[in-house]
Ligand binder design. Sequence first.
Ligand SMILES: [Zn+2]
Length: 350
Amino acid sequence: MLKLFKEGNAEFYASEWQDESAKTPVFYNPVMKLNRDVAVWIVKQLKPKNICLGMEASGIRAVRMALEANASGITANDIGKEAFDAMKINIALNNVENSITASNKDIKSLLSEGKLYDYIDIDPFGTPVYYAENAIKSLADNGILAVTATDTSCLCGSYVKACLRKYSSKPLNNEFNKETGLRILIHSMQELGLKRGKALFPVFSHSSSHYMRAYLRCNASENALNAVKEGQGYILYCTKCLHRCVSDSPEGTCCFSQMEYAGPLWLGKLWDESLASSFELIPYIQEESKIAVPWHFDSHRLAKLAGKPALKHDMLIAGIQAKGFKASRTHFKPEGIKTDASVKDIISLL
Ligand SMILES: [Zn+2]
């Protein structure tokens, strides 16, 4: 049974009964609305010509891109026959037949047909790694690869072996594990890109509820390929004094003991600053995009380390800024602080 839903400017049909694990024929997950809001916003800003949405289910993402971002040249694909039928109904219902072509193929075969796209969206349950190789192959120069990962417990360090297996990187379950997870996801996409001579730089990314999301721009120049490689490495972390640093190697000592590490991962920017400067859908991304540091701090942990009561968040941020450092809240966590100050600098302030 199909039921009528509404999201953004679109009305659409999806299965009345929704259950992620039971493979609902026309799945619609309202929790992913923000994921789609951001995707629509990105497409509105960047205006890609040929768009491929690989796992569309009801087609809501495609319909919203056509209605709200005025996008055309959209291929909306789903392997399920019922999803494909619903998608055709939803395209007609919203009068966007001229902008969207429905497709009923296996995503990997669709992305093996030789057509190049300026925007490819891979939005699976779990990891996008299995589909990424085909997506990268079909990505035009200057095109955007958008990927969702919902296996966050593995990326954030609850399942270290699973992360090593899927992403070839070691996660680290500490106070900035979500950021580390996102950087591991980006690194894994970059590695697949490098093999095909395509440098993938994040222009936007976020970690929200139970998923992570990265938008990567493709650049096939020699300089860009080298720049990606130079932006990768390890984060070393001392569990005793909370000191952290970037390194070319996973080895390092602090407080007379071996430091923990995460990586290899992407150490560079998560956002294109000018793109993020007009972004308002997720609080704090605008501010934190100006601070190019591959981690953040946790104000409660810092206070505990200093043996002081927790300072008001905004006071601490203002204090760090008054010392001449950059500092802002971060979308990764409510008690997080993004700053280029060191742990020593902050402790002396506390
Ligand atoms: Zn230490």
